[in-house]
Design a protein around this ligand. Structure first.
Ligand SMILES: *Cc1c(COP(=O)(O)O)cnc(C)c1O
Length: 496
C-alpha cells in the first residue's frame, strides 16, 4: 500500500544532499577549530538528517497531527486543568519588550517588565488574600517546596526547627505533597480520609502536637471535593503551634469566591500554567508562585519586585532563605498569566471558577448512572469515577476506558489517581468546554459503558483509531529511547 511517510523518523526520510536552508557563500575564511580543540575535536562528521525545507515542514506537521492536545478535542485530565490557552497571550508574551530582554540587564532598562511582575504579585495577593507573593517557583511542586522551606526557615528563626520534624499529609493530597515534605527534610504522617472522602478532623486533632511543623491540604482534594472543615483544620494546627499549607494548584475552583487566607491558611502555591492559562503539555514550562501571611513574608525566596517611589527594584526579603530559581521565575509564563488576569478581570475570574465547577458537576450528573461515581455530593472542578465493578464483572480497568476515549477524540482522564480508589478515573472538563463538547464527552462516556457490557474485548484492546496503538507504558518511562541509534538502522549516510 502506498502511504505518506512523513511521520517516520526524520533520519528515515533523509536524502543525501538535501538542505533546509539557503545561505549566501560565507565571506569569512575557514577557521581550523579541530586543531584548537585537540582531543575534543570531532572524530567523524555529525550524522545529521538531510531534508529540504518543505520536507522538514511536512515531517513536523505530520508529527503534530499525531499528537492530541486541547486544540484537538476535550482533554478532561483531572487535576491538570487542561483549559484553553488564549492565543492573544502568545502574542503578548512575544512582544519585543518581554521576549528580547535579559535577566542581567540593568533594572532601569526593564521597568516595564518589572511593572508587570509587580502587578502580577499584587493580583495574586488579591486572589489569595495573602500579604506577600513571590513569582520565583517554576512549577506547582516547586511552589510547594518553596512554601515548606519557608515554614522551615520560620521555625528555625523562632527556635523550633529541631522540634518540629513532621508534616501531616491527608491521603487525598496530591502526590507531590508528600514528595515535597520529604525533599524539604520532613518526616510525613499520612492521615486517612473519612468515608465521605473528606479529611478526618478528629485524625488531625490526634496527630497535631509540638512535633508537627504543619499540614499540607490539597483543596479541592484529589477526590474533587471541597474540604469543608478546612478552617477548623487550620485552627487545630495553629493551636498546636504548626503552620498550614494550601495546595492551590486547582485555584480555579474557588477563585473570586473564597481564598486560602480566608480559610485560615498560612501559605499556598498557585499553578499559573493551570488556572491562569499557561500552556503546559509535556511537562512545562510552568510557574508556581506562592503567597504567604505577613509573619512568613520575611522568609520567602527572592528577589521579588518592590516599588521604590515611582521605580521598580528587585529586593530579597531580609530573612529569606535565598533563591529557589535562577533569575526571576518563568517570566514568559507569568506574562501569559498577567494577560489572562487583565483580560478576565475580577468578575471574569469568578465566572471561570463558577463555570469550571458547573461543568464538572454537569458532566458528573450526566455519566453517574452509567459508572460508579463515589462521594455523592457536589464536586468542585473535577470528579472521580470508580471502575472497580467493571473490573470485577468484565475485567475492564480504568486504563482501558481511558484508551477507548481516545478512539472517540476525547483525551483520557487522569487514571489511577487518587490512590484511595483502585480503578479510578479523575475527570476535569475545565471552564473552557462548551455545553456542546461537554455533551459529546458525556455521550462518549455513556457509549463506552455500553460497549463494556456488550463487547468488553473492544474496550480492552483500544485504542483502535489512533496513530499508535497501546504502548508499554512501563517500558516507555523506564527505558526511553531518546536518540536515533544508527547501529539499529541502515541510514542513508551509511548506505552510499
Ligand atoms: C498539578 C498539581 C500539582 C503539581 O504541579 P506541577 O506544576 O505539576 O509541579 C500539585 N498539586 C495539585 C493539586 C496539582 O493538581
Amino acid at each position: 500500500m502506498l502511504i505518506q511517510d512523513y511521520d517516520k523518523l526524520i533520519f528515515e526520510i533523509s536524502t543525501e544532499g538535501h538542505t533546509a536552508y539557503d545561505l549566501p557563500a560565507s565571506e569569512i575564511e575557514d577557521y581550523d577549530l579541530d586543531s584548537e580543540l585537540g582531543d575534543y575535536s570531532r572524530k567523524e562528521p555529525a550524522r545529521l538528517p538531510e531534508v529540504s525545507e518543505l520536507q522538514l515542514l511536512r515531517h513536523y506537521t505530520a508529527l503534530s497531527n499525531r499528537n492530541f492536545g486541547v486544540e484537538s478535542g476535550p482533554y478532561p485530565l483531572g487535576s491538570c486543568t487542561m483549559k484553553y490557552n488564549p492565543k492573544v497571550n502568545e502574542e503578548v508574551a512575544a512582544l519585543d519588550g518581554f521576549s528580547n530582554i535579559h535577566p542581567n540587564q540593568d533594572p532601569e532598562s526593564i521597568q516595564g517588565a518589572m511593572e508587570l511582575m509587580y502587578n502580577l504579585q499584587e493580583y495574586l495577593k488579591e486572589i489569595t488574600q495573602f500579604d506577600a507573593v513571590t513569582l520565583q517557583p517554576a512549577a506547582g511542586a516547586h511552589g510547594e517546596l518553596a512554601s515548606i522551606l519557608t515554614f522551615k526557615a520560620y521555625f528555625e528563626a523562632i527556635g523550633e526547627g529541631d522540634q518540629r520534624k513532621t508534616i501531616l499529609i491527608p491521603d487525598t493530597a496530591h502526590g507531590t505533597n508528600p514528595a515535597t515534605a520529604v525533599v524539604a527534610g520532613y518526616d510525613i504522617v499520612e492521615l486517612p480520609s473519612r468515608e465521605d472522602g473528606l479529611i478526618d478532623v478528629e485524625a488531625v486533632r490526634e496527630a497535631a502536637g509540638p512535633d508537627v511543623a504543619g499540614i499540607m491540604v490539597t483543596n479541592p482534594s484529589t477526590a474533587g471535593l471541597f474540604e469543608q472543615d478546612a478552617k477548623e483544620i487550620a485552627d487545630i494546627i495553629h493551636e498546636a503551634g504548626g503552620l498550614v499549607f494550601y495546595d492551590g494548584a486547582n485555584l480555579n475552583a474557588i477563585m473570586g469566591i473564597s481564598s486560602p487566607a480566608a480559610m485560615g491558611f498560612d501559605a499556598c502555591h498557585m499553578n499559573l500554567h493551570k488556572t491562569f492559562t499557561g500552556p503546559h503539555g509535556g511537562g512545562g514550562p510552568g510557574s508556581g508562585p506562592i503567597g504567604v501571611v505577613d509573619k512568613l513574608a520575611p522568609y520567602i525566596p527572592g528577589p521579588n519586585v518592590v516599588k521604590d517611589g515611582d521605580k521598580y527594584v528587585f529586593e530579597t526579603p531580609e530573612k529569606s532563605y535565598g533563591r529557589i530559581k535562577g533569575d526571576f521565575g518563568n517570566f514568559g509564563v507569568n506574562v501569559r498569566a498577567y494577560n489572562y488576569i487583565r483580560a478576565m478581570g475580577p468578575e471574569g475570574l469568578r465566572r471561570a471558577s463558577e463555570d469550571a465547577v458547573l461543568n464538572a458537576n454537569y458532566l458528573r450528573a450526566r455519566v453517574k448512572d452509567h459508572y460508579n461515581a463515589p462521594f455523592d455530593q457536589f464536586n468542585k472542578n473535577d470528579f472521580v469515577l470508580d471502575l472497580t465493578n467493571f473490573k470485577k464483572e468484565y475485567d475492564i480497568v480504568a486504563k482501558d476506558v481511558g484508551k477507548r476515549l481516545l478512539d472517540y477524540g476525547v483525551h483520557a482522564p487522569t487514571t489511577y489517581f487518587p490512590l484511595i480508589i483502585q480503578e479510578c478515573l479523575m475527570v476535569e472538563p475545565t471552564d473552557t468546554e462548551s455545553k456542546r463538547d461537554l455533551d459529546y464527552t458525556a455521550d462518549v462516556f455513556i457509549k463506552i459503558a455500553e460497549e463494556i457490557k456488550e463487547d468488553p474485548e473492544l474496550v480492552k484492546t483500544a485504542p483502535h483509531n489512533t496513530p499508535v496503538r497501546r504502548i508499554d507504558e512501563a517500558q516507555t518511562s523506564r527505558k526511553p529511547i531518546l536518540k536515533y541509534n544508527f547501529e539499529d538502522h541502515e541510514s542513508p549516510a551509511d548506505s552510499k
